[in-house]
Design a protein around this ligand. Structure first.
Ligand SMILES: [Fe+2]
Ligand SMILES: [Fe+2]
Length: 183
């Protein structure tokens, strides 16, 4: 096993030996990738997903700490969640149907790595079902329901934990391929 390269995320599911492309394209170099290229575009997309997740966590916290009233919390969370989860779902669909199959061909040695990313997508999709159920309940609750807000905050936070880890693992595998092979 190659222990020369370490995954970015502390709870990464990647094996260090899959990161051999980091020799030529380590994470320290990614910020300098040309902004018009697919690698930088990919990073930008993930940045906006992290922001979307951060917004949901922020709104949950604001309500729980009494800085946001129920009607504002409810309408802002419903709006932000619809945007974020719609974006996330569309992003994963495009990766599943288009990008990942392409990259598996470009870099067959990373098949196991892409299996991890595929499994992540399934896991995140499962979490999303639960979150959507809670959001549907939030839509019904015009009167304040702090217990529901707590459940939502917890489900959203758990989803965020899985998402942040997934984005980091995906970048560790995909960004070097895009930067070195596809441009
Ligand atoms: Fe993904
Ligand atoms: Fe992605």
């Amino acid at each position: 096993m190659n222990t020369l390269f370490k995954p970015t995320h502390i709870h990464s599911k990647l094996d260090g030996s899959w990161l051999y492309l980091h020799e030529q394209m380590p994470p320290q170099k990614w910020a300098a990738l040309p902004s018009f290229g697919t690698a930088a575009t990919w990073l930008g997309m993930h940045h906006s997903l992290r922001r979307g997740q951060g917004e949901l966590d922020y709104l949950s916290r604001e309500y729980q700490q009494g800085r946001l009233l129920w009607p504002d919390y409810r309408s802002r969370l419903l709006h932000a969640a619809e945007l974020h989860y719609g974006h996330l779902h569309g992003h994963h669909r495009l990766e599943d149907t288009h990008h990942f199959p392409q990259m598996r061909k470009l870099e067959p040695k990373l098949a196991q790595g892409f299996d991890v990313l595929d499994a992540d997508h399934h896991h995140i999709e499962q979490q999303l079902y639960r979150i959507q159920t809670l959001l549907a309940a939030l839509k019904q609750n015009e009167a304040a329901n702090p217990a529901l807000a707590d459940k939502l905050a917890q489900a959203i936070e758990e989803g965020g934990g899985a998402l942040y880890r997934h984005l980091a693992d995906e970048e560790d595998l995909v960004i070097p391929i895009l930067a070195l092979r596809a441009e």
